[in-house]
Structure formats: structure tokens, C-alpha cells
Design a protein around this ligand. Structure first.
Ligand SMILES: [Zn+2]
Length: 130
């Protein structure tokens, strides 16, 4: 494997953008098999060429900036998805209310009967079923 290490010296390598492109490429390859679509196949080839080009590129600064741009778009989306997943996981154990005073989201444990909820932000109290 030392020849590969030697070959990769001064080259950019794999980053989050390349990994994401690879995942998209795998999805496209499955879809192109499923739909027997040559358009998807060609698009998949272009993606694979782009992945190889980026990984073997010696223009590290430019590849780094591309990845940073991608992460600037992707990270807020990923964090939104993560928050939504945690919210769905929490539905079993928690109930969510919006504060009648400031619209702050409030989370209370389920199954405690009628409870008094005090908003930690604006101190408005509401009586709700948990
Ligand atoms: Zn409030």
C-alpha cells in the first residue's frame, strides 16, 4: 500500500463532499438499474468522474473551498434533520407545547396527568394534560 500513499502525496483525498457524491452515485446506480435508465447511468458516470477528479486533484485550496461551500449548505440541513429525528424519538416520552406568551417550544414528560407548565423564558404558567 505504500505505492498508494506515495501516489496520494500532494493530492486532495476524500472529504465530506466526495463522500456525499459517492452516496448519491450509489443511489443513482440503484435507481438506474431499477428504472433501466441510461440518463441516470450517464449522470452517475459524470458523478464518479467528478469524485475521482476531486480525490486525485492537486489543487487542494480550491477543493477545500468547494467542500467548505458544500458544508455551509449541508450542515444547517443536517442539523434540521437531526433535530426532527430527535423530536420524533421524543414523541413517545414527551409532549410538546408552545408557550402562550412567547411561542417558545416546551417539552414536558408524558403520563403525569394535568400539570402546570411554567415557561422558563417568560414565566407564563399554563395548565395542560401531559
Ligand atoms: Zn414563554
Amino acid at each position: 500500500m505504500s505505492w498508494l500513499r506515495k501516489f496520494m502525496i500532494g493530492r486532495y483525498g476524500v472529504d465530506q463532499l466526495s463522500t456525499t457524491l459517492l452516496i448519491v452515485s450509489i443511489i443513482f446506480s440503484i435507481l438506474s438499474r431499477f428504472f433501466n435508465s441510461s440518463v441516470l447511468n450517464i449522470f452517475n458516470m459524470i458523478l464518479l468522474i467528478a469524485i475521482f477528479y476531486r480525490t486525485l486533484s492537486k489543487n487542494i485550496g480550491r477543493r477545500y473551498r468547494e467542500n467548505a461551500k458544500f458544508l455551509g449548505i449541508w450542515n444547517p440541513i443536517a442539523s434540521k434533520i437531526r433535530r426532527r429525528i430527535n423530536w420524533i424519538k421524543g414523541l413517545k416520552d414527551y409532549r410538546y407545547y408552545k408557550c402562550s406568551g412567547c411561542r417558545q417550544k416546551l417539552r414536558v414528560p408524558r403520563g403525569k396527568g394535568k400539570i402546570s407548565i411554567t415557561c422558563p423564558k417568560c414565566k407564563v404558567t399554563m395548565i395542560k394534560r401531559s
